[in-house]
Design a protein around this ligand. Structure first.
Ligand SMILES: Cc1ncc(COP(=O)(O)O)c(C=O)c1O
Length: 355
């Protein structure tokens, strides 16, 4: 079968060797004669998987030995919208609204206390990242979303505040060098640069926990999950193993420093085409463009049909924009190759001859 160029925003593609490793483990996990789907989450074999995954989850972001714990939990990033205020909100938290996912996080936090929306880019369809925000003192934490998956914007730096910083890094975790140790709690749905959907990874500085004064249901309590080593209940064994294969792949490649160079090149190639071609428009402000989710559209309606047909012919798939944003979106996660970006850029250029 000829190569399919999959630009899906999530669940996204993973490296071929990860697919192969996961498929092999479904039949025979590490020569044990057992499927990974059928081993106990408390077996010593799986504990070794979990511990290595926790180690890589922290070390790849330079967080190991700095007082953080790594958790592999279930429920996706949306569950963390809820767990974060459960664990950290005493009375008042600050949220920066840079898109649909931030808005959803805000809506969940409002059930726990006062949410101070410190800034929002909603006024211009989330095409930018608000700057120069004055963060008041006395907040329990500040929450932001490092990469806006739907509208295609991305933070360059970590916001500064005198309280714990919480970041939803679902769509750009492990994609670049970033000051992660300035963040006190990072969470991410696994289905972009980590592994299969349904899992969330939480990297939390232990010292910020246990201060909410709230009695927490155990499933919601990060401290309980840390105490039980992510095994409070049956872990998502297959998703964690597949994530480990992917984290190992990134580690062998040279970590975030190496993948950042590759990701920069992919983004450069695509944005250059968007800027060079007068019938294509980028949807995000240039200085805030995401290197993971590139959003664009065509000036003329009729060009969309031409583009759709040519994409189908070139085996380019999952390129439509999110339903709330419209237009197009090419997601350039870690496993997407330059070859796929080149195929897309080829179509964007060749369209000219069809107009
Ligand atoms: C930035 C961001 N946050 C949160 C989510 C929600 O993740 P989940 O579907 O795992 O709950 C997504 C999903 O795409 C996302 O992109």
């Amino acid at each position: 079968m000829s190569k399919v160029h999959n630009f899906c925003a999530g669940p996204c593609l993973l490296p071929d060797e990860v697919y192969r490793g996961a498929a092999e483990a479904v039949i025979d996990f590490n020569g044990s004669g057992l499927s990974i789907l059928s081993i106990s989450h408390r077996s010593k074999e799986f504990i070794a998987v979990l511990e290595e995954a926790q180690h890589l989850a922290l070390s790849l972001l330079g967080l190991e030995g700095k007082g953080y714990s790594a958790l592999f939990l279930q429920g996706g990033a949306s569950m963390e919208f809820l767990r974060v205020p459960y664990n950290l909100m005493k009375t008042k938290a600050g949220y920066i609204d840079t898109g649909n996912w931030s808005s959803k996080a805000i809506a969940q936090a409002q059930a726990f206390g006062e949410v101070n929306v410190l800034a929002s880019s909603k006024d211009r369809k989330y095409a930018y990242i608000p700057e120069g925000i004055v963060i008041p003192r006395g907040l329990d934490y500040v929450h932001y979303t490092s990469n806006n998956t739907i509208y295609g914007t991305q933070y360059r730096d970590v916001p500064q505040a005198d309280c714990p910083i919480v970041c939803d890094m679902s769509s750009d975790i492990y994609s670049r060098v970033y000051d992660c140790d300035k963040i006190d709690l990072i969470y991410a749905g696994a289905q972009k640069n980590i592994g299969p959907a349904g899992l969330s990874v939480v990297l939390v500085r232990d010292s910020i926990l246990g201060k909410s004064g709230r009695v927490l249901p155990q499933m919601m309590d990060y401290a309980e999950h840390i105490d039980k080593g992510s095994l409070y209940h049956t872990a998502n064994v297959f998703a964690i193993y597949t994530s480990l294969l992917n984290l190992r792949w990134l580690d062998r490649l040279g970590g975030v420093e190496a993948i950042e160079k590759i990701n920069n090149q992919k983004a450069r190639t695509l944005y250059r085409a968007i800027d060079d071609l007068d019938y294509v428009v980028g949807l995000a402000d240039v200085e805030y463009r995401s290197k993971m989710n590139v959003t664009f559209d065509f000036k003329e309606e009729q060009m969309k049909g031409i583009f759709d047909t040519m994409c189908a012919e070139a085996n380019i798939t999952n390129i439509k924009g999110h339903r709330v944003a419209g237009g197009y979106r090419a997601s350039l996660y870690n496993a997407l190759t330059q070859e796929s970006v080149d195929a897309l850029v080829g179509v964007l250029h060749e369209m000219k001859s069809k107009i």
